[in-house]
Design a protein around this ligand. Structure first.
Ligand SMILES: [Zn+2]
Length: 563
């Protein structure tokens, strides 16, 4: 049974889905604010959500995960519930001299590219279309839903409108405010003393809808003008009587966005909600208050998410990431440091053994997921070197097993070896079940690697070993699954229809895999039969130049990718 520490109750709880059939799980992960490239601390949090999702999937649950894109309303001073400062998107737009929609589109695209490289299943998995707004809700696409929720909060007296047309949540109506973060309301009052607006009933109240004539993105709740797409029509359908006339032209606060998008994409109550520990207060505390206030059913739970999971911070070399100290890293700066103007970083990484100074995305993924989310992570370049060695160890075993996979389905594996693997697998699962203890899960996995390396494996042993390794990699996802070596048998070559010589050049210039190699080898065999040695040599040299070694073995030809 999977147990998770629920930040809401602060207890280690057995995970039980809300779905009575016990199969479907709804999961909202707070996503990026797209005003800059996501850094490795952001990705640590997103990868924690990914690891949780994959663990649930390994348990057989059908996970519906939504991860939002915030492209409006996230203010610079976001440690305050009623955040002040400047909209992060507007600030970036001003600094870059772009339109805020352009800023959002640019950094959203960059985020999707990074997320795919880091194999976030919500982006890189089956059916994870980046344009699917139910999986990747974008704040500016859900303004009608936000206004509909705000309207409900006004009608239910959880919110009030000031003379400027701004809407505030009235904290006094929700005594549970503070339960998630453990904050005492008096602290909140003193914390919120900065910039108290005159018309706020209490300094703790926070804005749901902001009015500011200078803001670059604006929506008028009462007129179609300025709305993009079918937004205004949708608003009219959602709020047939119209939004409260006092509400002015403005933009949503960051907190209401997640409440509205979670409700729109997953329903009013959900199983899981994740974020970084800095989201606990104020962001998630406010989400809870808003989502409850907007509910009309008597027995609505106080927290719309049953389980809250928060990941701890990432630090670099023992301190907060800092641009001035050169310890602030975006993910893409590791993928291609020279392309990101970080030549010194590239040199340092080259010296540490990274080819061209580039860190493969699967190595960065491993480094970021291999520390339990319950602990702060102290990132360093040494951690990347260790991650690289670990991934290579797994990969080399995988390649060795893969090479023999499929052979001999009839014999049974060695009973003792099979028992050893079953124990490792049980330890692996027990560790993940224990609040995602990845350290122990990886210890079990590497114990298994040692088991495999310590003995001569039969084909049948290979089969059970590969099963476990592939299953474990469904969770960690760090392996390169394209086969790196294999044997093409003489029978396979003989059974191929001989390709025409004209196919040779296009085959060699494309991506070479096992299927292409088979065709090339069939072509070579035919050329040899016809005593056309020039063509046979062209095939052989072409394959070698494409990065493969060929060896004759009794069954046929063994091929191997050179690294
Ligand atoms: Zn959020």
């Amino acid at each position: 049974m999977l147990k998770l520490r629920n930040s809401y109750t602060n207890e280690l709880e057995t995970f039980v889905p809300l779905d009575p059939s016990g199969r479907d799980v709804t999961f909202y992960a707070c996503g990026p604010t797209v005003y800059s490239y996501a850094h490795i601390g952001n990705f640590r949090t997103f990868l924690m959500a990914d690891l949780l999702r994959r663990t649930l999937e390994r348990r057989g649950y059908n996970v519906r995960q939504a991860m939002n894109i915030t492209d409006v309303g996230h203010m610079t001073h976001d440690h305050l519930a009623d955040a002040t400062g400047e909209d992060k998107l507007s600030k970036a737009a001003r600094e870059l001299g772009w339109d805020p929609h352009e800023v959002a589109a640019h950094f959203e695209e960059a985020f999707v590219a990074d997320a795919k490289k880091l194999r976030l299943r919500n982006y890189a998995g089956e059916g994870a279309d980046a344009d699917n707004r139910a999986l990747h809700p974008r704040a500016t696409d859900f303004v009608p839903e936000m206004l509909a929720m705000i309207q409900r909060l006004i009608e239910r007296n959880y919110a009030y409108v000031d003379s400027a047309g701004q809407v505030y949540f009235d904290i006094s109506k929700f005594p549970e405010y503070g339960k998630l973060s453990g904050k005492i309301l008096d602290d909140l009052v003193s914390g919120a003393r900065v910039e108290v607006r005159d018309e706020k009933r209490s300094p703790r109240d926070f804005a749901l809808w902001k009015v500011d004539a200078k803001h670059l993105m604006q929506w008028d709740p009462h007129h179609a003008e300025g709305w993009r797409g079918d937004g205004f029509d949708r608003l009219k359908k959602l709020v047939p009587g119209g939004v409260d006339k006092r509400v002015g032209k403005g933009f949503p606060g960051w907190h209401i966005e997640c409440s509205a998008m979670s409700n729109a994409c997953l329903g009013p109550v959900i199983d899981l909600h994740t974020g970084g520990e800095d989201n606990v207060f104020p962001h998630h505390e406010c989400e809870i208050a808003q989502s409850y206030g907007a509910r009309t059913d008597e027995d609505a739970p106080k927290s719309f998410a049953k389980n809250w999971v928060h990941g701890r911070h990432l630090m670099v070399n023992g301190a907060k990431m800092s641009k001035r100290d050169g310890t602030f890293f975006t993910a893409r700066e590791f993928f291609d440091p020279r392309g990101c103007d970080r030549d010194a970083l590239a040199d340092e990484l080259s010296a540490l053994g990274f080819a061209d100074g580039n860190v493969p995305p699967n190595v960065l993924r491993y480094a970021l997921v291999s520390v339990p989310y319950t602990q702060p992570m102290n990132f360093s370049l040494t951690a990347l070197v260790q991650a690289k060695a670990s991934v290579e160890r797994l990969q080399s075993l995988y390649d060795r097993l893969q090479e023999r996979a499929g052979a001999d389905e009839k014999t049974a594996p060695d009973a003792e070896f099979a028992g050893q693997i079953a124990k490792r697998e049980a330890a692996f699962d027990a560790a993940l079940d224990d609040n995602l203890n990845v350290s122990r899960a990886l210890a079990a996995l590497f114990g298994f690697v040692s088991d495999c390396n310590a003995r001569e494996l039969s084909d049948a042993d290979t089969r059970v070993a590969l099963d476990f390794l592939q299953g474990a990699d469904d969770v960690f996802d760090v392996l390169d699954h394209s086969a790196r070596s294999g044997i093409i048998t003489s029978e396979q070559i003989g059974a191929q229809e001989t390709p025409a010589v004209e196919e040779l050049a296009p085959l060699l210039s494309g991506e070479l895999g096992e299927a292409e190699l088979l065709r090339l080898l069939a072509l070579r065999a035919a050329a040899r039969r016809d005593r056309d040695f020039a063509t046979a040599d062209r095939v052989r040299d072409g394959i070698r130049d494409a990065g493969f070694d060929l060896d004759d073995v009794p069954q046929g030809i063994r091929w191997k990718r050179r690294d």
